[in-house]
Design a protein around this ligand. Sequence first.
Ligand SMILES: Cc1cc2nc3c(=O)[nH]c(=O)nc-3n(C[C@H](O)[C@H](O)[C@H](O)COP(=O)(O)O)c2cc1C
Length: 461
Amino acid sequence: MQVLVLNGSPKGGLSVTMQYVKYLARRLPDFRAEIANVAQRARHLEGNPAARSELAARIGSADAVLWATPLYILLVPSQFKRFIDTAHADPALREALRGKSTGSLTTSIKFFDHCAHDYLHGLADELEMRYLGDYSARMNDLTVKTERERLTAFGRRFLAEAAAEVPLPRQHPPLPVVDFRYTPGESVNKLDTTGRRVVVLTDGRPDDHNLNAMVGRFAAALESVEVYNLHELDIKGGCLGCCSCGFSYTCAYEGKDDYTRFYNEVVKKADVLVFAGSIRARQLSWVWRRFIDRSFFNCHTPTLMDKQFGFLVSGPLGALPGMRHLYRGWIELQRGNLVDFVSDDVADSAALDARIDGLARRLVENARAHYVRPQTFLGYAGMKVFRDDLFAGLKMVFQADHKTYKRRGYYDFPHKKRSQRFQAAILTLLTKLPPIRREFPRRLKTEMVKPLRKVLAAEEV
Ligand SMILES: Cc1cc2nc3c(=O)[nH]c(=O)nc-3n(C[C@H](O)[C@H](O)[C@H](O)COP(=O)(O)O)c2cc1C
């Protein structure tokens, strides 16, 4: 079976992910992989209709298509997203992909890998492809025999399911079309922003009417706001995955473009950050993703602590829970506070005015109160994954992270909690005694609330 592999890595042939694809081709003679380096060639494909027709023909003659990609910041690399945005908007590529059997294969440290797979699944559903399943490998799984067997089993299942050609259920419903034109009403009072820096980042192009109008409305609601357009910033390219930032947070583009200066001087120094963008191919555009990927020069270190975040999104955001989930996770990892998303899918100008004004007010009030809600599983568990992976070996590549994690106390390993462990060991021993074992369930509820009741008692007036 001829499998056209859409390579999402900006590293092309030197990609870790491609070693998994090549392994499948070696192990399974029927897995005839043809690799298309679409992430590396994304700019060329975007601007060159002939190159797109050629790719459409290659897709057309393949029996199946595999999206194979690394994870970059909870999703796919911006270069791959650029290709996806191009394919999504190109009738010939869409037609070539329609009806093809497909699946997604990622390599990563399994950090929010479910987000990338869910994204690619949704994309495949929207493009009316037959999505057969996903495979998420840790970077070095290929060196482990049982994982090689698992990968081979995936390859076999993929070939068998692709050959079966039976219809498959669609997991992601069709997206509603947002075709309403936003006309902002008269703005009322401007909110006092004294002492707070509010920064809006937008990827609005001149014809993104609703997005630009939403940004305009937001800016009109505040006394002082800085608006930056990502298209106008000096950003020479996407993250190359070279990890040269690992030693001292120094990006390979340092001195070649303005990204790190902008990030350090504007983004890091803001109190309120608003991300404004139109949905392209079920996510923020590749231009937005490039901006986010490039923040990887900070490696795995949170840099946007205590900032208030809001989103102004043009497009069917309500039907894309995966996108909201991803940014909630990313902001929690940054230890910031996600206030809300506002989208024009409300399809009513007065209601949109009220929501934008409300978002502006809540952002400023939260910033004044220095309120950051507690992390959920996303940020809480996520930091533990970073902590363990860094400590276990990644600290060699990411030495700057390692120093910061030590300094900030992010290495909060359970084995360091000595008194807690000692107490648990003694109590465990005591529960071996039959009378204590019998008494234990009776006392558990009271014991659990005891320390909390002490706090309550201290609060009593
Ligand atoms: C900029 C950047 C961002 C990354 N973000 C993630 C991430 O969010 N989640 C994850 O599990 N791995 C992440 N990784 C790790 C890569 O996904 C992993 O190294 C992958 O195997 C690289 O594959 P490739 O060589 O095919 O490009 C990131 C790596 C880089 C360079």
